[in-house]
Design a protein around this ligand. Structure first.
Ligand SMILES: *[C@@H]1O[C@H](CO)[C@@H](O)[C@H](O)[C@H]1NC(C)=O
Ligand SMILES: *[C@@H]1O[C@H](CO)[C@@H](O)[C@H](O)[C@H]1NC(C)=O
Ligand SMILES: *[C@@H]1O[C@H](CO)[C@@H](O)[C@H](O)[C@H]1NC(C)=O
Ligand SMILES: *[C@@H]1O[C@H](CO)[C@@H](O)[C@H](O)[C@H]1NC(C)=O
Ligand SMILES: *[C@@H]1O[C@H](CO)[C@@H](O)[C@H](O)[C@H]1NC(C)=O
Ligand SMILES: *[C@@H]1O[C@H](CO)[C@@H](O)[C@H](O)[C@H]1NC(C)=O
Length: 884
């Protein structure tokens, strides 16, 4: 998600056109997709239900769906319209979520509530504003990532939301300027994949359907959306790059049993993601074996019949590209398309069965709470149909507080993410006797209140999250300056981003803490000239943060920089100044920005966060294809992934470019030593391609006869509400559609795919991909004397010499120790699956293990890899330097 413009009718229609620079609204045919990139047809859409772990749910779904009428089926595959609600019988409860499906109440299937965001229940009170994805990734702590997922799931359930619109693993973080990178976990497929899967596990264990998004290639905000004048950009991605980077975390999500997938706004290889048959039918449903349902991102559906055939299962929020006129590509049009034979009954049955099966799979048929909040108003009472011309009012908010003790996990994530980049002269930790002066508006909460800007579309006060649909309301905001004052009540604070002119030269013991920020978000909003992506401020701190630091460094001999940022920054203007001794990246901490920071500043605990991306010395250290945004073009903007596998550290290693701070870098107040590494073969690994894939299991079957037109009629006297999206057709329309029914096959036989993908066979792809090939154990010891701390163990694979076109090092697993006291130690385990040791072979369309010796490198960052394990020789050695 999502489209997040104003709820007011006129501005909503306008904002469609205002969300990109004005020169974009020019009428032009599209540019050609570069030669070599093609969107191959993949039809028909594979049925769900063939994996054993979903069998029971599909059996129940089949029973329910076989009793549904045509209008009931087409009702639940689409939303009832943007900002529309519905009265629950007898309860006067509206369904007030950002997405609300139709129901089949006659059979007990309710409207489903689909709700933003990935970091908390959006647009309501009584919830926790968790740290963002990028912050969560920076913990490198699987247990914490999972715990955050559990807490998120409890809150969505408590509010009665059926579907959590998260986690985000696309954007993957290919472009440092990309507007929504902060919603995901970092610029690496394995960090994204493991974090996404653990979040899904935590959320779905609470019975909430998780949504992995956005499939795929949404790596910048500008020009992402189709509108009546211009198509969304095309992400042109080659097959191997797609498999080894961008699709990789989606495979983890499917393997984790994710219930839904959201498509991206943009196109891939020239074909819109919401109707790209190769992507949805081929890669997602056949190769990855996805069993749940595919929804469109909000208002990204651009066709009715084509999207149905291409594998889309749910239209969100139900409207056409231009919303609010009561038009839909599906709903009544889908009913018509089935009656007239354009969409096979069989496809509709699969769409509905996937949705109903996901509902059963998560146990939502038993005692699932109904929504008890409204995304449209904060008041108790409100319009029951906010976008309708005439609407009754009634109670819409029950103010259920779902926070419980989730502030604790939120604070722990914020705390364990804080990344110490530099700490000269061990300036940190501070003592409460220190003489401290604090500078920067980012140190204090927005004076207008933490929620003053809708969708957090401003950067005022401490930056706790980016902007757009991926946000939540803060229940309170623990800001850094309040937390510092709890330790040092009379601390001097200059709540300004301009260094006070009259500041005297400080004495050698005085310490300045300078707060800076960098914001980004969805391009439905422009903030201080940044259109979602960081197109104006680029990789520099906002509000002249660099100057503030330089000025402070001129007057103070001890400067600590704290950055709240959506992603990497260029630190070169000040990082080498002798007074800039310590730098902390606190990422986007959510509501718990204060105490999480001060407990590190004052040394209650050591920092243990590590960078989820590289910080380069210059933007041009990365290739132009990722360091710049694709600008305006006539027609469809083409964003071609010419760098292939070489993003972030993979590129820097290839060209021997030393970053300022490497991917995975993070210091502690103590030091750790890794020793006694051992490697053990688990499932024997034979080089070469995968064994033959398993057959698919049985899937539900139904009659494929076009139902009688009467199944589309509304009950006599049905009370239609203006602009609400229904699935009914009038008797005359339904009969006309049935009369037009054609037996011509909708899909040309030449386009039918008959061979099953050789890399499929189970959820997440071929089951052998997930075999554990090797397990490595290593002992981590706190060899410092003064501080306890947690260590991060990161495992990077080096493929055999001669493996074609493969990055030197690629992250494959990670582990975080518990807090180790001085002399304390813990034995950590990391694992390598067959997939981790495979490359995607374009010729055979399969994963293959290259011949030769692999080395797995272990250490505390991609540039601190002192332990190597040779997998065939079965030996590990310490005291090494790593290959780059
Ligand atoms: C895009 O085109 C490339 C080059 O032909 C191809 O390898 C890849 O599979 C295509 N991807 C999709 C999603 O169609
Ligand atoms: C579930 O699995 C059993 C045994 O393989 C099979 O007979 C049945 O058809 C399956 N049910 C569904 C709905 O796929
Ligand atoms: C479709 O869902 C809406 C909202 O719940 C409901 O009013 C309508 O009766 C449903 N239509 C059918 C055919 O069940
Ligand atoms: C709202 O959710 C709470 C907590 O899950 C539940 O107890 C309550 O019944 C729901 N309220 C309504 C009006 O359905
Ligand atoms: C069937 O209905 C759909 C939806 O209105 C329409 O797009 C399509 O052209 C129709 N097909 C025929 C054969 O009438
Ligand atoms: C080294 O690790 C192995 C495997 O985990 C373990 O069996 C052994 O006891 C360890 N040795 C020491 C000295 O810690």
């Amino acid at each position: 998600m999502v489209f997040a413009c104003s709820t007011r009718l006129l501005s909503l229609a306008l904002c469609l056109f205002l969300q990109r620079p004005s020169h974009a609204a020019t009428l032009h045919p599209r540019d050609a997709v570069p030669s070599g990139f093609e969107a191959r047809p993949y039809y028909p859409a594979p049925h769900g239900g063939w994996v054993p772990s979903w069998n029971d749910s599909y059996a129940k779904a089949q029973k329910l769906v076989s009793q549904m009428t045509l209008a009931e089926k087409t009702n639940i595959t689409g939303g009832v319209g943007i900002y529309m609600g519905k009265i629950w019988p007898r309860r006067t409860l509206i369904f007030p979520c950002v997405g609300n499906t139709g129901s089949a109440l006659r059979l007990g299937f309710p409207q489903l509530c689909l709700q933003d965001s990935a970091l908390g229940v959006a647009s309501t009170d009584g919830v926790t504003a968790f740290p963002a994805g990028i912050t969560t990734g920076a913990t490198w702590d699987k247990g914490l990532i999972y715990a955050r997922g559990v807490a998120l799931g409890k809150e969505f359930r408590g509010k009665g939301a059926n579907v959590y619109l998260g986690p985000t693993v696309g954007p993957l973080g290919r472009k440092p300027l990309g507007g929504r990178n902060w919603e995901g976990f970092g610029s690496d497929p394995v960090l994204q994949g493991i974090s996404g899967a653990l979040t899904i596990k935590g959320v779905q264990e609470q019975g909430v359907i998780a949504t992995i998004k956005h499939l795929i290639g949404n790596e910048q905000e500008m020009y992402r959306m189709y509108n009546p004048f211009q198509p969304g950009y095309s992400a042109n991605i080659d097959d191997r790059t797609l498999h080894e980077l961008y699709l990789w975390p989606f495979a983890d999500a499917v393997k984790a049993g994710v219930g839904s997938v959201m498509t991206a706004y943009n196109a891939v290889n020239g074909s819109a993601c919401s109707q790209n048959s190769y992507l949805l039918n081929g890669l997602l449903k056949d190769e990855l074996g996805f069993q749940g349902f595919v929804m469109s991102d909000w208002l990204s559906q651009i066709s009715g019949v084509s999207s149905a055939l291409a594998g889309l299962d749910m239209s969100m929020p139900g409207d056409t590209m231009v919303p609010l006129f009561g038009n839909s590509y599906w709903k009544y049009e889908l009913t018509r398309s089935v009656l007239n034979g354009s969409v096979p009954v069989d496809r509709l049955n699969d769409m509905v069965t996937r949705i109903v099966a996901a509902w059963y799979q998560l146990g939502q048929d038993k005692d699932y709470p109904r929504p008890n909040f409204s995304s449209n108003t904060k008041s108790r009472d409100g319009l029951l149909y906010p976008a309708a011309l005439f609407s009754p009012t009634g109670q819409v908010n029950w103010f259920v507080n779902v926070q419980a003790d989730h502030n604790l996990v939120a604070r722990q994530v914020a705390h364990d993410a804080i990344t110490l980049l530099k700490n000269d002269d061990t300036l940190l930790p501070l003592s409460t006797q220190s003489r401290i002066t604090v500078f920067g508006t980012d140190a204090a909460v927005n004076p207008d209140g933490p929620n003053a800007c809708g969708n957090r579309a401003c950067n005022k006060g401490t930056l706790g999250m980016g902007w757009g649909s991926g946000v939540a309301e803060y229940p309170y905001f623990d800001d850094p300056i309040s937390a510092i004052r709890r330790r040092i009540p009379d601390v001097t604070f200059h709540n300004t981003d301009t260094f006070p002119q009259n500041t005297p030269q400080s004495s050698p013991d005085d310490i300045a803490i300078v707060f800076i920020s960098s914001d980004a978000g969805e391009n439905s909003f422009t903030v201080e000239g940044n259109h979602g992506d960081r197109d104006k401020d680029q990789l520099s701190a906002w509000h002249n943060g660099d100057k503030l630091i330089q000025d402070a460094a001129a007057k103070f001999s001890n400067v600590i920089v704290v950055a709240h940022t959506v992603g990497p920054l260029l630190l070169e203007p000040w990082i080498a100044l002798p007074s800039v001794k310590s730098v902390l990246f606190a990422h986007l901490p959510g509501q718990e920005a204060g105490e999480s920071l001060t407990s590190i500043l004052f040394g209650d605990t050591s920092p243990s966060g590590h960078l989820p991306y590289s910080i380069t010395k210059s933007a041009s250290d990365l290739p132009a294809s990722v360091s710049t945004l694709r600008g305006f073009a006539f027609g469809q903007v083409q964003d071609t992934y010419t760098e292939g596998l070489y993003i972030d550290y993979r590129h820097l290693h290839r060209y021997n470019i030393t970053p300022r701070y490497a991917f995975g870098h993070g210091l502690s107040y103590t030091t750790f030593a890794l020793s006694n590494a051992t490697i053990r073969a688990v499932t024997p690994l034979v080089p070469g391609p995968l064994p033959p894939r398993p057959e698919k299991g049985p899937v539900p079957s139904y009659s494929s006869t076009i139902p009688p037109a009467a199944e589309a009629f509304a009950p006599p006297g049905f009370n239609f509400i203006w602009r609400y999206l229904y699935s009914f057709l009038s008797a005359s329309d339904a009969s006309a559609a049935a009369a037009a029914a054609t037996t011509n096959p909708t899909i040309h036989p030449a386009q039918k795919t008959t061979d099953l993908p050789p890399s499929g066979g189970a959820e997440g792809g071929h089951p052998a991909l997930w075999d554990i090939a090797y397990e490595i154990s290593v002992t981590v010891r706190n060899v410092g004397t003064a501080h306890a701390g947690k260590a991060s163990v990161q495992a990077y694979v080096q493929f055999p010499a001669g493996t074609p076109d493969t990055p030197v090092l690629q992250l494959r697993d990670f582990a975080k120790t518990r807090e180790l006291a001085p002399d304390g130690e813990e034995t950590m385990r990391v694992r390598l699956t067959r997939r981790d040791l495979s490359i995607w072979d374009v010729q055979s369309q399969g994963w293959t293990v290259p011949e030769g010796e692999f080395v797995v490198w272990l250490g505390e960052g991609s540039d601190r890899l002192g332990v190597g394990c040779w997998v065939q020789r079965g030996v590990c050695e310490g005291g090494l330097r790593g290959p780059v």
